[in-house]
Design a protein around this ligand. Structure first.
Ligand code: COA
Length: 157
């Protein structure tokens, strides 16, 4: 069974992230969405809310699970018998960071490889912070995020 980990902050998850997930499910038998619980980062949503929003958005997908972790992603992947890490690429600006991340991960454990999916053209502008900014300025974001994110945003108002 081919297992992959899809790591990220997911602060919050967007339809851009979900599009990458759906496409990766055509390649891997099981995907673990791993929410980074980086205590030094200032997150908009706490780790439990981020996990909950993703669980609701993926509840119909039996081969997807959601977890959080505050250590190294490659260590988590190894412990859970995953061979690959999934990431999405939206623009050239993502490339530099992803290249650095892939190189660092490869330095830590070269047995875990990274796989990248190019974001679809209509999803390249989506980012978690822009979603929040649009929502705060009354833009309809219902086609950009799953309903679980909108529910959570309403609770915070
Ligand atoms: N669609 C929409 N948005 C996307 C996207 C996509 N396909 N891909 C990235 N983004 C956006 C997010 O919306 C988010 O936007 P924001 O900056 O406005 O908030 C931003 O890109 C960050 O993306 P995300 O994928 O959620 O997480 P990240 O880049 O913060 O994730 C980790 C980085 C968690 C994978 C990485 O830091 C990590 O592995 N950390 C654990 C420790 C570790 O192992 N470090 C590496 C070795 S030292």
């Amino acid at each position: 069974m081919k297992v992959a980990v899809y790591p990220g902050s997911f602060d919050p998850i967007t339809n851009g992230h979900l599009d990458i997930l759906y496409r990766a499910l055509k390649v891997f038998d099981k995907i673990i969405i791993l929410v980074a619980d980086n205590k030094s980062k200032n997150h908009r949503f706490d780790v439990n809310s981020r996990v909950e929003m993703i669980k609701k958005a993926t509840s119909t997908l039996s081969n997807v699970s959601v977890d959080s972790y505050d250590g190294l992603t490659v260590d988590y992947a190894k412990k859970h018998n995953a061979t690959h890490l999934i990431r999405g690429l939206r623009a050239v600006s993502d490339y530099e960071y992803e290249f650095q991340l892939a190189s660092a991960n490869n330095f830590i454990d070269s047995n875990i490889d990274m796989v990248f999916f190019m974001a679809k053209e209509d999803k390249t502008f989506i980012s978690s912070s822009m979603i929040i900014e649009m929502y705060q300025n009354n833009v309809d974001i219902s086609t950009l995020v799953p309903s679980s994110v909108i529910e959570q945003l309403k609770k915070m108002k």
